[in-house]
Design a protein around this ligand. Structure first.
Ligand SMILES: [Zn+2]
Ligand SMILES: [Zn+2]
Length: 723
């Protein structure tokens, strides 16, 4: 060996380096490079790849390839002699390695979600890290070191809260005591707390207790949406000061993301607060992970590696614990996902209940409006209009939910039947009256409304159905003539993706709502999430029925959650809460979902739904994966899927799976791309994983089949939320 060392000069150490390679490429494991000296696994390096220098991460020598043997090129090409290996260009200086627990998390996520290790691991790093020149990198590090020197007592002393904790209610105290118990560290905790029960204060105090005792500890707090981060950030910075809290979400500039990532990676940020991407961040002192509103579908990524941040949080807590630092994970919700509920019911999670609202506030009273008993064509029941008027006259606010933005979902010609189809999608373009446009909500295609029917010339084309824009107009008309306590006419406003598109507009609208300027707010479900409107005493859902009979088996779960959450907006202020009401207009008032909603009985709802799912063989009693295909033609997409299905039939272990035939997706065409999918299902998660991992090589082969010509891309979605 000595002799060989001399011949390869000073580049005699082989390093395994993980780099991001294009999806479905033949290479997906770590690549081998040469370096002058050993370098700890997890170091950030730059290495030559083709004509470029790219960012990479050194990995364990014996790291298993993310895809098992048999998959095409799951390892670096063998038989490359030392002479053909290229040297590492540089090791990023002054950067501690990404720790073993983080690397284990990446390895797991890549295997479980069927992506390459490089894609998973490199996507978890801030994008700017990939583009920085060595000089820029060094400037960054120097700046951070300077900041660190200027702000002492970071990372080496217990964290003191800058403002006092609120004194907990007996219910909160009990929850905090349980969280501190060993039982709550052995398994994930499901914090099942009613809206307004003070869950956030539990997160704050649990974090505070941990950070005050462990000078190196870090806490990760996740929320489902960017819109919710400013509010939570405010509460955490008010408690802990701004220097210790780092935000992490896709709404930040690349420079901010890099700064905050480094602060977390170097242990300077004691609290990391963000959306689903935050679960992938490096936080070497991680000891507590909080997933707030854990039931929210936004935790599941819908592109790239389609991971569930909630599920990765569970895995991450376990892997951190295995690496010697006990890490607790807390999932919070008033309406937990049925997966989490089931896990608690079967003893895999510890359930912690907080049924009471703070200050003795009452949950809103449910008023079901039987639409078959209302005047024909009524948008809002007369009793609902009267109730809203009464509230506005008292200076209270109402919220009306309609999950469809725009003025009308479709524009139609009654003479010839023409409808406002999108030319590129299998969907209608939505009529937006405000700027007289037809907009496709899938591909964005926008056009002025035609003066007359493009097919027959009839000038009498009319909107069909209702969106938030039209509802706002109708509610304003219904309430016109009524006055507020100050003598002013009632003010109706709207909040949805259209009115909040511009930067700062959401904040401005929230401020108008909080100041009491708005009496009735019409909006999509975005207004139901998390916002703390203290003067709302009435919430109305006016087309809840669409979810009762939807094809998506999760629709009732989402509806129940939305209505509970929306109802939770009513009467947040304990003084007003005795008047809180949730109105639901329905043609099906006897539906069992409403019976459970009336008594705010999530347990009963969950039990019914889980029984149905078990009978029907649905998750969480089975495990699913989807293979999705996008192609120029529906035939090509389906031909690829059919070939993939045939190939799957030959794989060992496939007898434990049900392979469903390929079908077009619900919205079959978006922006002229045809979409299809096939479902795989099993009662055994390992069996499903085993087949998926062997399938990759076959998929690469199916892609090349003549019948699949026109295939654009394919992707595996493990534990899909919508099928
Ligand atoms: Zn026509
Ligand atoms: Zn379109």
């Amino acid at each position: 060996m000595t002799q060989r060392k001399e011949t390869v000069a000073n580049h005699d150490t082989r390093l395994q380096v993980v780099v991001a390679l294009p999806a479905h490429t033949a290479l997906s494991g770590p690549l081998t490079y040469l370096h002058t000296q050993p370098c700890p696994a997890g170091s950030l390096v730059r290495v030559p790849l083709g004509q470029r220098d790219v960012l990479g991460i050194t990995w364990e020598e014996d790291s298993p390839a993310p895809l098992p043997p048999g998959a095409a090129g799951s390892e670096a090409p063998p038989a490359l002699s030392a002479r053909a290996l290229k040297p590492v260009s540089m090791v990023l200086p002054d950067c501690p390695p990404l720790n073993p627990a983080w690397r284990a998390l990446m390895g797991f996520a890549a295997r479980y979600y069927q992506r390459s290790l490089g894609e998973m691991a490199l996507a978890a790093l801030p994008p700017q890290l990939r583009d920085l020149s060595p000089e820029q990198w060094q400037r960054r590090i120097r700046r951070l070191q300077k900041a660190q020197a200027a702000a002492p007592a970071r990372g080496d002393s217990p964290l003191q809260a800058v403002s006092a904790a609120l004194s907990p209610s007996p219910q909160q105290q009990q929850a905090l005591d349980t969280l501190a118990s060993p039982a709550a560290h052995d398994k994930p905790v499901l914090l099942f707390g009613a809206t307004g029960s003070g869950k956030t204060e539990i997160y704050l105090q649990a974090a505070q207790r941990l950070l005050a005792t462990d000078p190196a500890a870090q806490v990760l707090v996740m929320v489902p949406e960017i819109n919710l981060t400013p509010m939570l950030l405010e509460r955490f910075t008010a408690r802990f000061g701004t220097t210790q809290v780092a935000a992490m979400h896709s709404g930040m500039t690349p420079a901010q993301r890099l700064t905050n990532w480094l602060a977390a990676h170097l242990g300077q940020a004691r609290i990391v607060l963000g959306t689903r991407m935050a679960v992938l961040c490096s936080a070497p002192g991680l000891r507590l992970i909080v997933v707030d509103e854990e039931h929210d579908p936004s935790y599941k990524s819908q592109e790239g590696a389609r991971y569930s941040a909630r599920d990765l949080a569970i895995y991450r807590a376990r892997v951190e614990t295995q690496h010697g630092r006990p890490c607790q994970v807390v999932l919070g919700s008033a309406t937990p996902s049925l997966e989490s509920w089931h896990a608690a019911a079967t003893g895999r999670y510890l359930r912690l209940d907080m049924p009471d609202r703070m200050g003795g506030g009452q949950l809103p009273h449910l008023r079901l409006v039987d639409m078959s008993q209302q005047p024909k064509g009524a948008v809002l029941a007369p009793a609902l209009v009267a109730a809203m008027t009464e509230r506005a006259q008292r200076g209270e606010q109402s919220l009306i939910l309609l999950n469809r933005r725009g003025y009308a979902p479709v524009l139609s010609c009654h003479a010839c039947g023409w409808k406002s189809h999108c030319p590129s999608c299998s969907a209608y373009r939505v009529f937006h009256k405000i700027d007289r446009t037809l907009r496709c909500h899938h591909c964005g295609f926008t056009e002025r409304v035609p003066r007359a029917c493009p097919d027959c010339g009839n000038i009498d084309i009319a909107p069909v159905g209702k969106g938030t824009e039209q509802l706002e107009e109708q509610v304003a008309a219904l309430l016109s003539g009524e006055v507020r306590p100050d003598g002013q006419p009632l003010h109706v406003a709207r909040m949805d993706a259209d009115t909040t598109r511009e930067k700062g507009s959401l904040e401005a609208q929230l401020a108008r709502m909080h100041s009491g300027e708005v009496d009735v707010l019409v909006g999509t479900q975005m207004v139901a999430k998390g916002h703390d409107f203290r003067r709302i005493t009435l919430v109305a859902a006016i087309n809840a029925d669409s979810a009762l009979f939807a094809a998506d088996y999760r629709a009732p779960e989402r509806l129940f959650s939305l209505l509970m959450q929306a109802g939770g907006r009513a009467g947040r202020d304990a003084d007003l809460s005795h008047q809180g009401e949730l109105w639901v207009q329905t043609w099906n008032p006897t539906h069992p979902l409403f019976a459970a909603l009336r008594t705010h009985d999530f347990a009963r709802f969950a039990q019914n739904e889980l029984a149905d799912r078990e009978t029907a063989g649905m998750p969480p009693f089975t495990y699913q994966a989807l293979l999705r295909a996008d192609a120029r033609t529906q035939e090509a997409a389906q031909a690829f899927l059919a070939a993939a299905r045939d190939a799957a039939r030959t794989l060992p272990g496939v007898e434990h799976l049900t392979l469903y035939p390929p079908v077009p997706m619900q919205i079959q065409r978006i922006a002229n791309v045809e979409r299809a999918q096939m479902l795989l299902e099993s009662h055994s998660r390992p069996a499903l994983q085993h087949v998926l991992s062997q399938w990759h090589a076959e998929l690469a082969r199916c892609k090349a089949l003549p019948a699949a010509k026109g295939l654009i891309r394919w992707a595996i979605d493990v534990d899909p939320l919508a099928i």
